[in-house]
Design a protein around this ligand. Structure first.
Ligand code: SOE
Length: 381
């Protein structure tokens, strides 16, 4: 049976434009959905770059002004994969035009932007989702199942970190394509919004709301040449951000993110310790879930390293045969599949714009606490 078309307008052509495009291209081959995404148009300010992206990924057309994409009658979904300073305006216009809106994380640069965006999609009644992709790594999804089934019992601790090392050189400039994450006016914040936001999204999903935080941040390199002005300018972003948190359920947590952990490229780890069991997950070994069950017979008790590749483990029946693992890009394919399945069932799953707003409230509390050196209550949705 012919599948119905779901026309995608992709805004942005960087790392995330590629990850999302790959997801839309692949999803119909592996997931039995009624709708098939069609790569209708890709938008970039630079026509040459847009053309090249179009040819590589198989888009039908290009645009150089995102407003044109939003106005196009043949576009169903606006996917915002452009730098953070563009998210708000595109999302507001897309919602006003009645388009479904997908947005790369973080939602806005500030909670105020995120609030506006959330209200806009909700008022327009359009389907919306934010690409917090790590929820859909099968091992992480399975951890969520274990928590929801009560396998951990009462939770005492949550521990997460996201470590990178790509900005250590003093000579690295800030700003412009590829390096806008170092420019506060574009990114909104540094590792708090870029890396901790992932940890926070997963944490709230797994362990419920975060009630209060106390944080410290540091900008190790305080001046960098700006690619757009050619001048040495102050660096406004946080290079490292660490915080302690109390969850509403009474558990305690530590979070750490940095771009100065020499040797670590994208080491996202998370751990939960409960009364009955614990689990640990590591992005560098993403297809495994480490699980310790205190209910096991005493002499056999120990950490199991579960290879998440079997058909009864999340998403895996859609891929290869048991034992053969998948990777990072598949988390985006899963998100595309869940989004489309949600449209078909009438219930689009999270993370919604509102869920991402909750994450932004935590990020905001972290940055405020780092400034005031005091505990800060997190604004709740
Ligand atoms: C930063 O280097 C980055 O690309 C983030 O922007 C992504 O969200 C993260 O998944 C990997 O690291």
């Amino acid at each position: 049976m012919a599948r119905k078309k779901l026309n995608i307008g992709m805004i942005g052509y960087g790392f995330m434009g590629r990850a999302h495009s790959n997801a839309f291209r692949t999803v119909s081959n592996f997931f039995p959905l009624e709708h098939e995404p069609v790569l209708k148009t890709v938008c970039a300010r630079n026509a040459e770059k847009a053309e090249s992206f179009k040819d590589t990924w198989g888009y039908e057309s290009i645009e150089t002004d995102w407003r044109k994409v939003v106005e196009r009658k043949d576009i169903d979904v606006i996917d915002i994969a452009s730098p953070n300073d563009t998210h708000r305006d595109i999302a507001l216009a897309a919602a006003a035009a009645g388009k479904m809106v997908l947005c790369e994380k973080p939602l806005g640069r500030t909670p105020e932007e995120s609030e506006e965006m959330t209200l806009a999609v909700e008022k327009a009644g359009v389907a919306n989702m934010v690409w917090y992709n790590y929820r859909r790594v099968p091992a992480v999804t399975m951890a969520k199942q274990l928590v929801d089934e009560g396998k951990l019992g009462r939770v005492f601790h949550y521990r997460a970190k996201f470590l990178q090392d790509w900005t250590i050189s003093q000579d690295l400039p800030q700003g412009g394509a590829g390096l806008w994450r170092l420019d506060k006016s574009v990114a909104g914040s540094g590792v708090t919004g870029d890396l901790l936001a992932h940890c926070i999204d997963t944490a709230i999903w797994l362990n419920g709301p975060i009630a209060e935080v106390v944080a410290t941040t540091e900008t190790f390199i305080k001046e960098r040449m700006h690619n757009l002005t050619g001048k040495v300018e102050n660096v406004g972003i946080d290079d490292a951000s660490l915080f302690i948190a109390r969850f509403a359920n009474g558990s305690l947590a530590t979070f750490e993110a940095t771009r100065y952990a020499r040797g670590h490229k994208a080491l996202y780890t998370l751990e939960m310790n409960g009364e009955k069991a614990s689990f640990f997950w590591d992005l560098h070994d993403l297809h495994r879930l480490q699980f310790f069950d205190h209910g096991d017979e005493g002499r056999l008790r120990g950490w199991r390293s579960i290879h998440i590749t079997d058909g009864d483990q999340p998403y895996m029946k859609n891929w290869w045969v048991p034992g053969l693992q998948i990777g990072y890009e598949h988390s985006f394919v899963h998100q595309a599949a869940d989004f489309i399945a949600g449209l078909e069932s009438g219930k689009v799953p999270g993370p919604s714009f509102r869920d991402a707003l909750a994450t932004d409230y935590v990020c905001d509390a972290v940055l405020k606490s780092a400034e005031t050196r005091a505990w800060v209550p997190v604004k709740q949705i």
